[in-house]
Design a protein. Structure first.
Length: 378
């Protein structure tokens, strides 16, 4: 009798709503295809000394579809950190790669499904190059991975920030205040842009569009002349100050980037000083990462899990599942990592927001998207 095939799965990096839905999607479709499933604990750490994993079963995956976090645990501070080698090329400690390969072999895994963001998928790519059979699943609330239109977790983070804006709206209006909401997103403005549109933000400040305090204040005063004595400002944590600086709250260490945070308070204080108005700042922080995934994220994460398992079954290693609406597809992991996806200042979402009078803190372009679109063929 031949041994049952087996697949491994791990969740790495910062958590995002929908991780458990992917795990469940992998487990259930693996079972249909006749595979056993194991889940490594604490991300890549569970692959090496001490190797730690749990069997995924009907019982352990029961009721997790709508649960936030990850039943497998995760870490973004472990030993699996990509550093620069002597030649300047990014590399992972070869001993860790050997350890991971040994675990995969000893457990007789057909494939290893790695669910993670940019950094975690770069590790998966190193594994692939070292001959370990991996498949990637793109996860991040930031939506900053290339080669997929959406990552799971993003919609849930946007829903959280939108809810915050709805709540800030009523209190801002009641007290005639300027409310500044700082949202996550690292160096991309996706969360700020989408939540800003969905929550009726008046000013949206994102890393991709240079802005000035003069333009922000101009917008607030313009609203006042139209009888709106309150303003909602949404600022992405990675938005650069007009001086070009990024505001951080903890320095870079151990191969990790500096922790972003603090720009909201800075913007709030400066507006207060310049306009002599009452301002308040709210930093949404990790609320955006916790809690149950939205319907959209449950559907996306479930499809990602099932498709990742299909890739393992067909030995399509070194690939990452991706979403190209309306279909789920796959691309080489290399297409997704080390080139973050940012908001194009000319995208339709920015144009729509501008058309509604939203300020991005800059001098709004006068040119319409139709003029631009038709220009090359004229
Ligand atoms: O990448 C997801 C994210 O939540 C970013 O938006 C944020 O800058 C960062 O992680 C926070 O990381 P940590 O949880 O380590 O503070």
């Amino acid at each position: 009798m031949t041994a049952k095939r087996r697949v491994g799965v791990l969740t790495s990096g910062g958590d995002a709503p929908g991780l458990n839905a992917v795990i469940r999607g992998v487990y259930k479709s693996a079972a249909q295809l006749g595979y056993d499933c194991v889940g490594f604990l604490r991300g890549y750490e569970g692959l090496v000394d001490p190797v730690s994993y749990v069997p995924l079963t009907q019982q352990s995956t029961n009721g997790i579809l709508n649960q936030g976090g990850t039943i497998l645990g995760s870490t973004n501070r472990g030993r699996f950190t990509i550093v620069r080698g002597t030649d300047g090329e990014p590399m992972l400690d070869p001993e860790l790669i050997d350890g991971a390969r040994l675990t995969v072999e000893q457990l007789g895994l057909t494939g290893l499904i790695c669910i993670g963001g940019d950094g975690s998928l770069a590790i998966a790519q190193e594994f692939h190059e070292a001959g370990i059979p991996v498949v990637g699943v793109p996860k991040t609330i930031d939506n900053d991975l290339s080669a997929t239109v959406f990552t799971f977790g993003f919609d849930s983070a946007v829903a959280c920030a939108t809810d915050a804006l709805d709540r800030l709206h009523t209190t801002a209006a009641s007290h005639e205040r300027i409310m500044v909401l700082e949202v996550m997103g690292r160096n991309s403005g996706w969360i700020a842009l989408y939540a800003g549109i969905a929550g009726g933000g008046d000013v949206i400040l994102i890393p991709e569009i240079p802005w000035t305090f003069e333009h922000v204040c101009e917008k607030i005063l313009d609203r006042e002349t139209h009888g709106k004595r309150f303003t909602l400002v949404v600022v992405a944590e990675g938005a650069k100050l007009p001086s070009g600086e990024i505001v951080t709250c903890a320095p870079a260490e151990g191969g990790r980037h500096a922790r972003l945070g603090g720009i909201g308070q800075f913007v709030s204080d400066e507006i207060g000083k310049r306009l002599k108005r009452e301002t308040r700042c709210v930093v949404l922080g990790h609320l955006q990462r916790g809690g149950p995934p939205t319907t959209f994220d449950r559907v996306l994460a479930t499809q990602f899990g099932a498709h990742a398992m299909r890739l393992v079954h067909h030995e399509r290693f070194g690939e990452m599942v991706c979403y190209h609406p309306p279909e789920i597809d796959s691309v080489p992991i290399t297409e997704a990592v080390r080139q973050i996806s940012t908001v194009s200042p000319h995208c339709s979402a920015v144009h729509a927001a501008r058309a509604l009078g939203v300020s991005f803190g800059d001098r709004a372009p006068t040119e319409s998207p139709f003029q631009r679109a038709s220009a090359p063929s004229e």
